[in-house]
Design a binder for this molecule. Structure first.
Ligand SMILES: *[C@@H]1O[C@H](CO)[C@@H](O)[C@H](O)[C@H]1NC(C)=O
Ligand SMILES: *[C@@H]1O[C@H](CO)[C@@H](O)[C@H](O)[C@H]1NC(C)=O
Ligand SMILES: *[C@@H]1O[C@H](CO)[C@@H](O)[C@H](O)[C@H]1NC(C)=O
Ligand SMILES: *[C@@H]1O[C@H](CO)[C@@H](O)[C@H](O)[C@H]1NC(C)=O
Ligand SMILES: *[C@@H]1O[C@H](CO)[C@@H](O)[C@H](O)[C@H]1NC(C)=O
Length: 508
């Protein structure tokens, strides 16, 4: 079905007589970091003056809300999934540092995405797209094949780790020497100090996105992957934003909301630039968070009314803010909301279908790596159908959603709920630090009737429990989990001796 559709789109492109890529839409994929369900205006009813996201809310109002959009519970697996089109359990479910390395396995013995998987940007290049990456990567850096450039991005500007400092751009150290994590396509991004707005990293990324737009020839389709640092820790934001939220008396929540508001302003500037350039009418603007908001101490986020948060498989950790907007979205879909299941991995197949390229990954097949898992969601998003081709969401190797049901195995932590205001925790059994002991049999929830996962129906519905256990076992049998080795000292040697104090590829 996927293949047939992809071919159909491709033939249509040719039949129009123009060059094959003439009418392909521009695509901007924005992957926000650690963005909680309740940390966006359109999820706040009644509205609150703490969550100020008018630009994002407008995009949602003019776009299609993706109300059942799933990701992994933390950063690197989600990012690996988006770039590779695999479910996290088939590419990477570990949140390792980018410096891990196992020399015994030249295909998969690295952090994040195995070397021989084809990245989405390489597919888009094949369709004639200009490809650019800005911001957080966190999908591997051991060899140049693992960097954005190696995955098909013509230019990139960003960092490799889970996070760095918003002002110094440093991320961890080598024997007490701080190492800068900022890379420019194929070399350290020297000399950016003091040039960005507020000297703030998010400002540097904004400037780069605006440069990409301003330098782009609109007759070529654009594929831009923009992964802001915001709202990941460290909680840092320019003073003028902090002041706007001085009425919030919780330190973490004040910083968090100021950062969200900073990002919303950036979104406004970027969409204005795309409109002024005449690109908006033929553009798809896709937005998702990489995981739910961190509601543990120091996090500052909120997934109200969902349960749990980042680092857990509760809905608050894996069901995230997501929408599509832009002029390429058919008019009848604007202002709508879909409850069809979409996983972050599905954008690979969706973008390939839009571009008219085959999503099959031959290179990975040769290296005996798991194939692409991605479904083409364009028929759902464009309104051609109202059902998603995805009926199962294998959330992790111990959690599965299938139809209306969700099973979780083992001890599941952060088993509490926050109130509408972080850090209000309402679980009488210990709030967000509570643990639900689901055991080997698992907890079972009907997430359609009970989206807040309040009623474990495992004993009430033994037949469904058995069915879900069997389905989960089938997914567990396909679990891909190579030995990626320990942190490599070579990474520090390269950073200090070759790159002048910057992180970069350390295996040739
Ligand atoms: C740190 O220094 C010690 C002693 O000089 C050395 O043995 C070690 O390899 C160094 N570690 C790194 C990561 O460079
Ligand atoms: C910025 O300047 C500081 C202090 O001179 C330096 O440590 C840091 O490496 C510089 N950052 C970049 C990205 O050049
Ligand atoms: C991985 O891809 C490279 C080319 O990019 C190729 O030389 C190598 O043989 C591939 N490895 C496997 C195991 O297929
Ligand atoms: C699931 O993955 C974790 C690592 O994330 C691992 O420790 C555990 O053994 C795996 N369990 C199963 C059933 O595969
Ligand atoms: C905490 O959240 C609960 C549930 O929404 C609410 O009833 C309660 O008033 C909140 N408490 C505080 C102190 O905000």
């Amino acid at each position: 079905m996927l293949a047939v559709l992809a071919v159909g789109v491709f033939l249509l492109g040719l039949a129009s007589g123009a060059s094959p890529n003439a009418n392909l839409p521009h695509i901007v994929m924005m992957l926000v970091d650690d963005w909680g369900w309740a940390n966006v205006g359109y999820h706040r009813n009644p509205p609150t003056c703490e969550v100020v996201t008018p630009n994002i809310d407008k995009l949602v109002k003019e776009g299609l809300e993706l109300n059942q959009h799933y990701v992994y519970k933390f950063c690197s697996p989600s990012r690996s999934s988006l770039i590779s089109g695999r479910l996290p359990i088939h590419v990477n479910d570990q949140n390792l540092l980018p410096t891990n390395y196992n020399p015994d396995d030249p295909v998969s013995g690295f952090s994040a995405i195995p070397r021989n998987m084809t990245g989405i940007a390489e597919k888009m290049r094949g369709a004639g797209y200009a490809t650019h990456q800005v911001g957080k990567w966190d999908a591997g850096m051991a060899t140049s094949d693992h960097t954005p450039k190696g995955r098909g991005f013509q230019t990139s500007f960003g960092y490799f780790h889970h996070a760095n400092d918003y002002y110094k751009e440093t991320a961890s150290a080598c024997n007490r020497t701080q190492i800068v994590d900022l890379w420019e396509t194929d070399k350290p991004a020297h000399g950016i100090n003091g040039t960005g707005p507020d000297n703030y990293e998010e400002g540097l990324f904004k400037e780069r996105v605006l440069d990409v737009v301003s330098n782009h020839d609109p007759s070529t389709p654009l594929f831009l992957y923009y992964a802001p640092h915001i709202v990941h820790t460290p909680l840092q934001v320019p003073d003028r934003y902090l002041k706007l939220f001085s009425f919030i008396n919780d330190h973490d929540r004040q910083y968090y909301h100021a950062m969200v508001n900073y990002l919303d302003d950036v979104v406004g500037e970027i969409t204005d630039a795309l409109k002024n350039k005449g690109m908006w009418d033929n553009l798809l603007f896709v937005t998702s968070s990489d995981n739910g908001g961190p509601v543990y101490p120091g996090g500052g986020a909120n997934n109200y009314p969902l349960r749990g948060g980042k680092v857990t498989d509760w809905q608050g950790g894996v069901r995230v803010n997501a929408f599509v907007s832009g002029g390429y979205l058919p008019e009848k879909m604007r202002g709508q909301k879909t409850d069809g299941y979409i996983h972050l991995a599905d954008w690979y197949g969706t973008f390939c279908a839009i571009a008219g390229v085959d999503p099959t990954d031959e290179k990975a097949a040769k290296a005996k790596l798991p194939p692409v898992d991605s479904y083409n969601m364009w028929p759902l998003i464009s309104g051609e159908t109202d059902t998603s081709p995805r009926t199962d969401v294998p959330v992790s190797n111990v959690t599965l959603i299938s139809g209306d049901y969700k099973i979780l195995i083992g001890n599941v932590n952060e088993a509490g709920w926050t109130g509408p205001q972080y850090p209000n925790q309402t679980n009488p059994n210990g709030g967000i630090t509570a643990i639900e002991h689901c055991g080997d049999d698992g907890c079972l929830y009907n997430i359609k009737d009970d989206p807040e996962e309040r009623n474990n129906i495992a004993t009430k519905e033994p037949e469904m429990l058995k069915k879900m256990q069997d389905k989960l076992k089938n997914y567990q049998a396909t679990y891909f989990n190579p030995d990626r080795g320990p942190v490599s000292p070579d990474a520090c040697t390269m950073a200090l001796d070759t790159y002048g104090g910057f992180w970069g590829p350390f295996v040739s």
